[in-house]
Design a protein around this ligand. Structure first.
Ligand SMILES: Cc1cc2nc3c(=O)[nH]c(=O)nc-3n(C[C@H](O)[C@H](O)[C@H](O)COP(=O)(O)O)c2cc1C
Length: 453
């Protein structure tokens, strides 16, 4: 029998499941336990709709643009509440959701609360939910698969940070702006420790497109020795690396744990071997032994000038003679700048609003000229670079995300069914023609190679 405290501490969100049904009697028992949650005036204004048939799940995905993750969940529970008094009913339903998550953990099941359940009005129609009822959230339920079992628990803020005695005191929260120069190294670490990636282990966050993966593969293809990768941060791109021993460096133990788990996952398919280290900004070099190659993949956009300058000096000191520092980063160009302008105009200045870029921290495409100056200052003399993707390749994904966002009534953008139409076909055609052609300064991605002489 599991101890209550273990149930609380071991529960985690499970996003991938075994193809194994869950006994309906057990689901009923879990919902019965949910009804033990307190409600204002004991109103118990909640309802639980259990969905375990593929047809309804498919309808929710296709018609309401629900998160496609529900397709792989043996059971989905839609938790609704009587909307007569929004606050009271939502409070009660939310407590019931908490009970369901803990009860699932107790019975050895995995569960995930889901906000990205689709457009409310369409979900209500499909599930025959009366007008007066509102949807609190969905909960996916099932037996966790290996990927889910391997996913580390996400860490909790120390209680001292959230504990306020008598009065609220400033607890040094990160700035949540797009500009990396607003973020100290401590802000970045603090954010990364806790901010969850909202998706399953090893799913690419910054690299959404196969062509960008190809670019990584081609760029690193010639490396023959060990590779030190800076700020891997779950490192979904590591699977594109050559089959060489890798040292993956992360900012915190927590992000490093994600990288480790992702590497373990990829290592099944290929012989990927990695050692893991944590970044120390006080050290002269990253490692005691000199390295033949260092990579920084789509992370330069996310760090402040002060951190860049230190990092470049450390990279220089870590490389052996003739060693290479390889940077792949998004650089400003007309299409990328337009995209970020639009994102900030629509969603505002808080990087968390879109969720797309907030995983690592801030986000700002780099200036090539400034980067070269910073690299020279650190000691690099032999610097070559190429620009790729005049039209950012992720426009294809962004287009699908926008469609999903609109179709799902603003509840989801990540897990979606790609929909083909004239625009998507046109974009795909453009991307094909563009391929991995070099565009120089017009490109939206720069590959910078610095050789230590
Ligand atoms: C109300 C609610 C809605 C959520 N919606 C989603 C969702 O749509 N997609 C998702 O992947 N995770 C979702 N989550 C899961 C959170 O990301 C997760 O609880 C958080 O990162 C903490 O991780 P843990 O549950 O493993 O402790 C949701 C959580 C809550 C409480």
């Amino acid at each position: 029998m599991k101890i209550f405290l273990d149930v609380i501490k071991k529960r985690k969100s499970v996003r991938s499941f075994l193809a194994k049904t869950v006994d309906l009697a057990l689901i009923k028992e879990i919902i019965a336990l949910a009804t033990y949650a307190p409600t204002s005036c004991n109103q118990q204004l909640w309802n639980f709709i259990v969905i375990d048939d593929a047809l309804t799940k498919e309808k929710l995905i296709k018609e309401a643009a629900a998160n496609t993750l529900i397709r792989r969940a043996p059971v989905v529970i839609a938790v609704t509440y009587d909307g007569w008094n929004y606050k009271e009913a939502l409070q009660g339903a939310s407590l019931a959701v908490g009970h369901i998550l803990l009860a699932a953990e107790y019975y050895g099941l995995g569960a995930l609360p889901i906000n990205s359940y689709g457009a409310d009005c369409k979900v209500k129609k499909i599930l025959n939910i009366p007008v007066k009822e509102k949807i609190c959230c969905f909960i996916a339920l099932g037996h966790p698969d290996e990927r889910a079992q391997q996913s580390p628990l996400v860490s909790r803020r120390p209680v001292e940070e959230v504990f306020h005695q008598g009065k609220f005191r400033d607890n040094n929260a990160p700035p949540f702006t797009y500009d990396p120069n607003d973020w100290s190294l401590e802000n970045l670490r603090n954010h990364q420790k806790y901010y969850c990636r909202k998706t399953f282990l090893g799913k690419e966050m910054d690299i959404m497109n196969q062509r960008e993966r190809e670019l990584i593969k081609n760029t690193l293809g010639d490396i023959k020795n060990n590779l030190l990768d800076l700020f891997s941060y779950d490192g979904s791109f590591l699977k594109e690396f050559p089959l060489l021993p890798i040292i993956a460096m992360d900012l915190t133990q927590e992000t490093s744990a994600y990288t480790r788990a992702a590497v373990r996952l990829f290592a099944k398919n290929k012989l990927l071997k990695a050692a893991h280290i944590i970044y120390d900004d006080k050290k002269k070099a990253f490692t005691e032994n000199q390295q033949a190659a260092i990579s920084l993949i789509y992370k330069l956009e996310r760090i402040s000038d002060a951190l860049k300058e230190n990092l470049f000096i450390q990279a220089y000191n870590t490389l052996r003679k003739e060693g290479e520092f390889i940077i792949i980063a998004r650089k400003s160009n007309i299409f990328l700048s337009f995209f970020f302008f639009a994102v900030r105009l629509i969603f505002g200045q808080d990087v968390r609003k879109t969720g797309i870029y907030s995983f690592f921290g801030p986000y700002q495409p780099v200036s090539l000229r400034k980067t070269k100056q910073q690299l020279k200052k650190a000691g690099f003399r032999d610097i070559s670079w190429s620009g790729y993707f005049f039209i950012p390749v992720f426009y294809e994904q962004i287009y699908q995300m926008i469609k999903q966002y609109i179709r799902s009534g603003g509840t989801s953008y990540l897990h979606r069914e790609p929909k083909e139409d004239a625009i998507s076909k046109f974009l795909s055609f453009i991307m094909k023609i563009q391929g991995l052609r070099k565009f120089g300064l017009l490109g939206s991605v720069a590959v910078i190679i610095c050789r230590k002489q």
